[in-house]
Structures are given as structure tokens and as C-alpha cells.
Write a protein that binds this ligand. Sequence first.
Ligand code: AAL
Length: 381
Amino acid sequence: MQTENIKEETLDKVTDAELDRLGITHRTHLSAASKRALQWPKIGNDWFIEFNDLEPLKGDLAYEEGVCRRDPSAVIKVDDTYYVWYSKSVGPTQGFAGNIDEEKVFPWDRCDVWYATSKDGYIWKEQGIAVARGEQGAYDDRSVFTAEIMVYEGKYYLSYQTVKSPYTVRVKNQVGLAWAERPEGPWTKLPEPILSPADNGIWKGEEDNRFAVEKKGDFDSHKVHDPCILPFKGKFYLYYKGEQMGEEITFGGRQIRHGVAIAEHPLGPYVKSPYNPISNSGHEICVWPYNGGIASLITTDGPEKNTIQWAPDGINFEIVASIQNPPHAIGLNRTVDTEKNPTEILRWGLTHIYNNDDYQSILRFSSYHKTAHTAIGEKAI
Ligand code: AAL
């Protein structure tokens, strides 16, 4: 009998009706797929969603040649106005071959964090800089980018990535934090980063090459990216993406993982969880509270890319759905009631696309549940 992974007593409890529903004819001849089907949790269809085509934004956030706007934060609503923060830079990207002291090495180099407002989520008015790069010599003097917003007890917290000059290939990236009483600012920057890469990797040789290592170190030994702070269980969970020194390609994607650092207060100190990494896949962080736990959309890289995962404790994530073509760098719509449905927060929000290698723009995504499959004139029951 091919039922090694399923306990006899479990199989005995499976009713004929359940086997009929799953289309399993022979109780004594279970393929690997049938065994997995018998162990599916009863999670329903709610986590499984489809994404519509992206829609361009209007007003100041419409695509603009020569300008890069990317990595939108979550969208929040204050009174009747939506707010979003994002990375903005101008001019083309030359990469690392040129003069790194004068040029841009990435589209997210030489950015400041800007913000825009909207009444309907489609037409946006750019309001100006929220958080600017630091003074020369500061840890954030080269670029501040990929911001995320948290509203907590009437205060606003922006976390974002930081790079210090010179922007070499091996430069470490950190995470900074600024807070304000109002979404318009003024923003007060913390003097030091709230998160830094692990310092237990060892580069090999002096060449500015991030793939050459004696020792890779922790999953986040090179860069900490894509911060997103959520209030959770009376504490503050800072989810982030780690890049490792000596990054490899695995399962058709980059070796990218996620971690979490936890603080008692929104301003920190943030302490990395000993359970890190908490995801072996993914790219930009996209997390939201649901049913007493945390849900996470995992995109782009790793063997578990294109899945939604959920963790009752915000740390031990299990896959709950597979998702086709999720948008990248999602800015979630934090204005909704996340308990209404596990994926309510993904009904619409913001994302970015590469219009070309130099310039990116912010777009709107939306999603829906597929609840029936009928031909024209055919009725579902
Ligand atoms: C993004 C994010 C981070 C990276 C770059 C800008 O999609 O993962 O923000 O640094 O790409």
C-alpha cells in the first residue's frame, strides 16, 4: 500500500464522500499527489487571488521621462486624503563601471524619500521631500529609499534604506527611521540606523566584488532592505529583506531571505530574532496582520516565490496559497479592515514597474477572488 506518509488511522477516518470530492478512486493506491491532497488544511479559497492588469496613475505620479519614482510605501488615509511615500531620483543610471562619485550606480541611488497625496487613489499630487539624504559623512549621505510607513498612537514612523558614500558594490546598506506628529512632517531622523547587516561575513580579496567571499556570514551579512514595521502582540516587528555576502542563484532566483527584528518601542532598539531567516524566499517585504497572526506575500526569488504565507506568531510561516504574477514592491492599502477577508488588503494598492532600465514609475494594482468557472450562459450553483 502506498500510504507511508499518512497514518493508517488518519486514512481510516477519511470518508468515501471526501475521497469522492477529491476524485480519489482507490483508497489503497494513493499517489504522492493524492496523499498531499488528503493532508490539505481546510483553508478555503479566500487566500487564492488573481491580479488584474496594472493601471497607470494620473497627475504627478504618472510616468515622467527622466524621473525615477519607485518602491511605494503602504497607502494610509488621514481624514479624506490618501498618502504615499516613495523613492525619487532623477537622471540615468550608469552602474559601477563609470565614475561612482558623480553618477548613479542604481536607479535607487541618490534618492530622497518623497510623498504624494490623493483623494481617490488614482490622481496624485506630489507634495515634496519627506526625508532627505543626510549631510556628507552621515550614514545616509548617499541615498535614502524604499520607505515604509507605520501609524501608531497618532504618530507617523517612516523606515527606509540608507547608503553611505561611496556607493561601491560591496557597500553595506542599513535601515533608518524618522518620525513625525503629522503625515506632512516635519520628520525627525534618528541619529543612528535602527538595523544593520550582520558583520560575520568575510570578503575574499580586495576587488570590489560581492560574489567573492571567504565566508558568507548570516543571511543578511551584506544588506538589510525593504523595512516594514508592524505593531504586533504589544511589540514592534520590523520585517526586512536580507542580502548575503557571496549571494548565489538558487531555484532560478536570487538567494534572498527575510528576517524580523523586534522592539518594545517604535523607535527601537530592534533586536534580530534568533529564528531568522523566517523566509527562504521572496523579495520586497509585503506583510499584514490577519486572524491574530501575520500574512506575507512572497514574490520574485527563491523556491517559495509566488506564495502567500501566514504565521500565528509572526515568525513561523507556512504556505497558505500560491499566487500567479504578483506585483512587485507592493505598497499595501492599510486603510482597510484586514479581518474582513485574508486578502482584503490586496484588493488594491500601489506597485512599480520598470518603464526602462533608467526610469521606473508607480502604478496601481488590484486583485479579485475567482469564485466560479462558467461558460457563457452556464449557471453556477
Ligand atoms: C527594491 C528593494 C530595495 C533594493 C532596490 C531598491 O526592489 O528590494 O529597494 O535596494 O530594489
